[in-house]
Design a binder for this molecule. Structure first.
Ligand SMILES: Nc1nc2c(ncn2[C@@H]2O[C@H](COP(=O)(O)OP(=O)(O)OP(=O)(O)O)[C@@H](O)[C@H]2O)c(=O)[nH]1
Ligand SMILES: [Mg+2]
Length: 200
């Protein structure tokens, strides 16, 4: 099992008055999820620049873990994003795909020596939560511990414009995003619950 980052402990730095103040933090985030659901796009949005290649190909565009940084501001520190290849690459059989996903996870964690503060599990809004997604979640837990979702995972729904469209369609779909998250049942509902409703 791998070691995860503790809650960020900013280094103490002397200031001009010989008192101490908290120094900037480097936030380490890791994108995970199925091929084509928008991991690289979300990573780019977080960094505020195009650091990762985005593609609409059905085959995995990102084929090795890549990391990129952005400085936020002098007192807010920086953010490092580790972008991982898609889980469920259509070119591989299931066993090879699971092995590769585990290796990629390991490689991503090694590229964040200060520890990973949050795993961003990217899901395309409107896609069915299938056995493949459940398997991904199980692999995460077996590698990183049973409480990884509860403590370190944020669900990022991409294709939010589809959500907006479905809301406009009728009175049955009028709730906002957090009500929609609360309404989910089955595998997705369990996942949201386990991630303590940290969904964006
Ligand atoms: N409409 C829409 N398209 C999106 C959104 N997010 C990503 N896309 C598109 O979805 C496609 C795949 O996005 P990527 O960011 O490359 O997905 P990925 O998960 O990194 O894919 P792999 O690296 O191949 O695993 C691209 O064409 C993106 O432009 C979104 O929120 N809305
Ligand atoms: Mg990608």
């Amino acid at each position: 099992m791998f070691k995860l980052g503790k809650r960020p402990q900013p280094p103490l730095m002397p200031n001009g008055n010989k008192k101490f103040k908290f120094g900037p933090i480097q936030w380490n985030l890791m994108m995970i999820g199925k091929t084509g659901h928008g991991k690289s796009s979300t990573g780019n949005s977080i960094l505020g620049r195009t650091a990762f290649v985005v593609s609409d190909s059905s085959e995995s565009e990102t084929d090795a873990v890549q990391v990129a940084f952005t400085s936020l501001s002098a007192d807010r520190g920086s953010v490092k994003v580790a972008d991982t290849p898609g889980i469920g690459d259509t070119r591989m059989d299931t066993v090879t795909a699971i092995r590769k996903a585990c290796k990629d996870l390991e490689s991503g964690i090694q590229k964040c020596p200060g520890g990973v503060h949050a795993f961003l599990l990217v899901l395309k809004y409107g896609n069915r939560f299938t056995e493949e997604e459940s398997r991904t979640v199980r692999s995460l837990k077996s590698l990183l511990g049973e409480d990884v979702l509860r403590r370190h995972c944020v669900i990022v729904f991409t294709h939010g414009e589809l959500f907006d469209l479905s809301r406009k369609k009728g009175p049955g779909n009028s709730g906002d995003f957090s009500s929609w998250c609360c309404e989910q049942t089955g595998g997705l509902g369990d996942l949201i619950e386990e991630c303590q409703h940290r969904c964006v």
